[in-house]
Design a protein around this ligand. Structure first.
Ligand code: CFM
Length: 473
């Protein structure tokens, strides 16, 4: 079926982004022997769900830093998604509660917005003296008129006496939000990392790289690493202070969770400071156990790791068996930004469920390689799907569950497909051992909700049904 998406008859370019796993390999739906196409520009006319570079930088990498003024240099519309979208929570709520914008209007666009930006930074810093710095994010319009935000940031820094970091993350720079992750990593590395020395012993210090503390994910695994005997120096960037980012270069090991948005900084630290890094998955039982074992092996703490793993598994075993029994055999369609699509195929497998289709918004080749390794034979894989494709998969493959984000939630509901929010979580957290049970519980609730029994009508009747309806009245 992947060769003939009905909705793509007018956009044949989409076929190189759609494939199935055949004989253990990627079989593209356009018949080409090449690997699935990814991380390329979206075809004009294709209603992509991708975000922009600014979104990836402001929303994903910079936004979770809890004690800086998060200031967008651009028109007010660019700040629209500052609230209520990504729950990268912390132990304080300044970064979630307030958003700042230079609020560029037509006159500023014509005459330049540098003065306005400088004034905005200074005003915001005066208004919030407890903030430890300012992160300024560039947008399309201010980049196009040539505002020199870098220079303004320098001037502002001298005036307020705190770091002012300018992110050149104008929306049009890349093909998706993925470019914004890269800009975020590079800018933080260049401007902050290494500018301060940490306090205390760093002989067992690790950084958690690429975890943003979505609905307190960090709480599920940080205590386990600490129990192991390591010190968590810095989290890049969940529940983190800008000051912690300055001293993260003294970690002995970087532990990289999201390998799409944050491997960049691990690489840069490796090149400049020689810090080794390991890739881990902190979702699911096997993966979480493996992560503890890998970190333990690095520091020679293997026995403690086994003790922790045995205790945690013992604690959750009966609940896990309960959910496994209920969820076994269910068929999943997962569509996430990128890594979660492959992180979670294993988690579904541990719960006895099978992934019949997997898609990502902005995955690169390495993400798809991992998806093809993990998805079952015959599984469908889609890069950068549009909503019509998603609908077609839901209607044709009829998965038991769709795991995706807010944008797709109501499409699933309208089509009568149970849904779990994999981006911002239904309840969460979903990481670590305890998060696995939350995940299983949310899936179980979605699948067994009594609402599905009430669905007698087709919310999107086909034309013949519409005729039948009008005949009846
Ligand atoms: Fe990394 Fe993320 Fe993800 Fe991501 Fe995202 Fe996210 Fe995601 Mo939504 S950093 S790539 S840009 S794991 S916000 S916390 S869930 S799309 S798969």
């Amino acid at each position: 079926m992947s060769g003939c998406f009905r909705c793509n008859l007018t956009i044949p370019e989409r076929q190189s982004h759609i494939a199935v796993k055949k004989g253990g390999k990627c079989a593209r739906s356009d018949g080409s022997a090449e690997f699935i196409e990814s991380n390329t520009r979206t075809t004009p006319g294709d209603m992509t769900e991708r975000g922009c570079t600014y979104a990836g930088c402001r929303g994903v990498v910079g936004g979770p830093v809890k004690d800086v003024i998060q200031l967008t240099h651009g028109p007010v519309g660019c700040a629209f998604f500052s609230w209520g979208y990504r729950p990268h929570v912390a132990d304080t709520d300044f970064h979630m509660k307030y958003t700042f914008i230079s609020d560029m209007n037509e006159t500023n666009i014509v005459f330049g917005g540098e003065k306005r930006l400088l004034q905005s930074i200074v005003e915001a810093a005066q208004e919030f003296p407890d903030a430890q710095g300012v992160f300024v994010y560039n947008t399309c319009s201010t980049a196009l008129i040539g505002d020199d935000g870098r220079d303004v940031a320098k001037q502002a820094e001298a005036l307020i006496g705190k770091p002012v970091v300018f992110f050149e993350c104008e929306g049009f720079r890349g093909v998706s939000q993925s470019a914004g992750h890269h800009v975020g990593n590079e800018t933080i590395f260049k401007h902050l990392v290494g500018s301060e020395e940490p306090v205390g012993d760093t002989s067992t210090a690790i950084n958690i790289i690429g975890d943003y503390n979505i609905k307190n994910d960090l709480r599920t695994f940080e205590p386990l690493f600490e129990e192991l005997g390591v010190r968590i120096l810095t989290r890049f960037t969940g529940n983190v202070s800008v000051n912690d980012l300055k001293s993260m270069h003294r970690a002995r090991l970087n532990v990289v969770h999201c390998q799409r948005s944050a491997t960049y900084i691990a690489e840069m630290m490796h090149d400049k400071y020689g810090t080794p890094y390991i890739d881990v998955t902190l979702f699911g039982i096997q993966a979480m156990s493996a992560a503890l074992r890998k970190v333990a092996a690095f520091f020679g703490l293997e026995a403690k790791a086994e003790e922790i793993i045995a205790r945690e598994l013992g604690r959750m075993q009966s609940q896990l068996d309960y959910y496994r029994h209920r969820l076994s055999g269910k068929r999943i369609f997962i569509y996430q930004g990128a890594p979660r699509a492959w992180h979670w195929i294993e988690m579904f497998r541990e719960l006895g469920m099978e992934t019949i289709a997997a898609a990502t918004t902005f995955g690169h080749q390495d993400d798809y390689e991992k998806i093809f390794e993990r998805i079952q034979e015959g599984g469908l894989v889609i890069d950068n799907p549009n909503v019509l494709e998603l609908e077609e998969v839901l209607e044709t493959y009829k998965p038991d569950l769709f795991v995706s984000g807010n944008k797709e939630k109501y499409v699933a509901y309208k089509l009568g497909v149970p849904f779990v929010n994999g981006h911002t979580y239904d309840t969460g957290p979903y990481a670590g051992f305890s998060g696995m049970l939350n995940f299983a519980r949310d899936i179980d609730r979605a699948l067994t909700s009594p609402v599905w029994k009430l669905l007698h009508t087709n919310a999107r009747p086909v034309p013949e049904q519409l005729h039948a309806l009008s005949d009846a009245t």
